[in-house]
Design a protein around this ligand. Structure first.
Ligand code: ADP
Ligand code: MG
Length: 302
């Protein structure tokens, strides 16, 4: 039986390419052992009518195989049959796969003044001792939230120092990122310092705008430091008001329960401002559901 590669070569002789370099390389390509193997293995699947398309693919395949470029370091060309025609698929090699993974990892979500090991947090190795409820609430959010869909409140994780609140926020952000949903995690005490420092160069609004319309905003450690009335009302209040209006999910973590945070927010130097604190709490309660996180202090573990 006549070999298919020979039959194709025969067909190609009647097919005149204008460029003779192309013809030369193509006949070289038809002698390539990978090309020959491929043609002989797939002869039943390839239409002999589509010889021009197939010839172009073989040419392209061979050309890439021969040349080493930045592209060919990352991809290995492979001949495939699609719709009875020969086509070239580019298979990313391990180097490329690894580089892509690293990139996704680095850009997975935005961290403002947060420890970068949060990026490694994962729901898969989440130890649920004492925090089953927090874990379930996290999974529920991830299942229910759809960008542009109905509003789903975030979580307000309340619990002692070291129980893994920040870790859980990172794990949620990682899981969401796998679904192309991007979170912004802000360490609130550091954010307060940044805000104070940006007053003199009139950059406060830039700082506020940078986080207020994050797809998912996670405010970590709210209430850890005393908060000035101005930051409470003009910064935090503005951010939360905007997120409420736009139905943007917002998470919080705090050493305080919601009730304790309300007292903390009312405390402005020597004055007590319960009404202003209540206004902020109303927004926090709209945006999130309180979950108490307990369990062992993870920081004491080796
Ligand atoms: P919190 O924010 O409640 O103070 P963290 O999230 O910072 O606590 O957790 C304290 C330490 O324990 C961190 O080093 C964190 O990486 C680790 N940790 C917390 N939860 C887990 C977990 N489920 N699995 C592995 N390590 C965890
Ligand atoms: Mg924390």
């Amino acid at each position: 039986m006549e070999k298919f590669s020979d039959a194709l070569a025969e067909g190609l002789k009647n097919f005149h390419f204008k460029n003779s370099d192309y013809n030369k390389l193509l006949s070289e390509a038809l002698n390539d052992s990978d090309v020959k193997d491929f043609l002989n293995k797939n002869q039943d699947k390839i239409s002999k009518e589509a010889v021009d398309v197939s010839a172009a693919a073989i040419y392209e395949f061979y050309n890439h195989k021969k040349n080493s470029s930045e592209f060919s370091k990352n991809y290995t060309p492979q001949l495939i049959v699609n719709n009875q025609r020969i086509e070239v698929a580019y298979i990313p090699n391990q180097r490329k796969v690894n580089a892509d993974k690293k990139k996704a990892y680095e850009s997975g979500f935005a961290l403002l003044n947060m420890p970068s090991d949060i990026r490694k947090a994962s729901l898969n190795d989440y130890d649920g001792t004492g925090r089953q409820e927090a874990f379930m609430a996290a999974v529920n959010f991830i299942q229910n939230y759809q960008p542009g869909g109905k509003f789903v409140p975030g979580l307000y994780l309340a619990g002692d120092f070291g129980v893994g609140k920040t870790y859980l926020l990172g794990a949620i952000a990682n899981e969401l990122y796998r679904q192309n949903i991007k979170s912004t995690l802000v360490h609130f005490p550091s954010f307060q310092v940044d805000i104070k420092n940006s007053i003199q160069d009139n950059k406060v609004m830039d700082q506020v705008n940078a986080i207020k319309d994050a797809q998912i905003l996670m405010i970590d450690d709210i209430g850890a430091d005393s908060i000035s009335g101005w930051i409470r009302d003009e910064v935090l209040g503005v951010i939360l008001q905007y997120r409420m209006q736009e139905s943007l999910p917002t998470f919080f973590s705090s050493n305080f329960s919601m009730n304790e945070l309300e007292k903390h927010l009312a405390d402005n130097k020597n004055v007590t401002e319960p009404v202003k604190a209540a206004r902020i709490m109303e927004r926090i309660k709209f945006l999130s559901r309180e979950v108490i996180v307990s369990g062992p202090n993870r920081r004491n573990k080796g």
